[in-house]
Design a protein around this ligand. Sequence first.
Ligand code: SF4
Length: 357
Amino acid sequence: MSSADLFTKTKPHKFWRAVPEVDWASWKWQLQNRIDSVAKLRSVLESDPPPNESIESIIQEIEKTESKFNFSITPYYFSLIDFSSPVCPIRRQALPSSEENIELSYELRDFPKEDQMMPVPGLTHRYPDRAMLYTTHHCAMYCRFCTRKRKVSNPSTALQQQQIQNAIDHIAKTPHLREIVLSGGDVFSFGDDGLDKLLKRTRAIEHVEIVRLGTRNLVTLPFRATVELMGIFENYLPLYIHTHFNHPKECSLEAFEACRRLRDAGCVVNNHTVILKGINDDESTLKELNRRLLQMGAQPYYMYHCDLTFGSSHFRTMIADDIELVHKLHGDTKWDTDANVPHYMVDTPGGGKIELV
Ligand code: SF4
């Protein structure tokens, strides 16, 4: 049995069943056909109405929240939703809910204070030797728990080309910066030429030893990992890809293939999971997720406590409960190696990430 046999190909939602395979598997087609309006969502739902809910009740829930943080879902990720369950973990990550309107007094717009630690626009420098460049505010899907929802999904706030160049010039003038994270939004949102230029300019800086790319495309748009893109990445190795699977249902054959192509191209794939209430905050889901990640060749690297981002309390667990979960992941005798257990991290306002053990 090959590793691929452990994974299931995603069946397109009925609305897209007649779409030719070549289009369905095209990342550009997927982006062009995203569900990003109530009207589009209504058409898709009407093609295969949910069994236990009215379409109107789903739409009303979204209309209450869409002005706060845009929504956009690829047909691929939408097809993973099980509409027979209102608490489907894929649906909760993708579809807005009126709970996003609840803002607690201690929640913040910019919880990690990323925007306050910018020597130049778009570059956060909060660790001595490492900086993060926000290359775009675009993502294939807008995850409802996003820490950066204050700016992500709003292209008018994204860096202009000249500002990206200014940030890269700043990195070049700062010799102690030896590690750069190209993030966003989602850096895989760039076209091939854009990514090529970005990597070329970053790699050209002699003191930059490590380049990481932050993307959730492997989860929400795995077709983005094309042969052509891998050909570009091969020119800039080593590259570390930080991705973000949160639930075993996201570990499809398409996601497996995306991880495999990245590994074959010589990239290292690490996964960051956010512990989300009612989505993955239980022992069996996290064990299954970590097992699936290893089968895909993606290292379970970090598990995060959900940040104190405004309007995210319905996703947030208690730190004490998270720690108990981590204990269980470590303590199971059937769980053969600690390589399967990611580090548990809590981000702090302005203080950076702290590992709790
Ligand atoms: S892909 Fe990342 S940056 Fe984009 S919405 Fe999701 S969590 Fe936020």
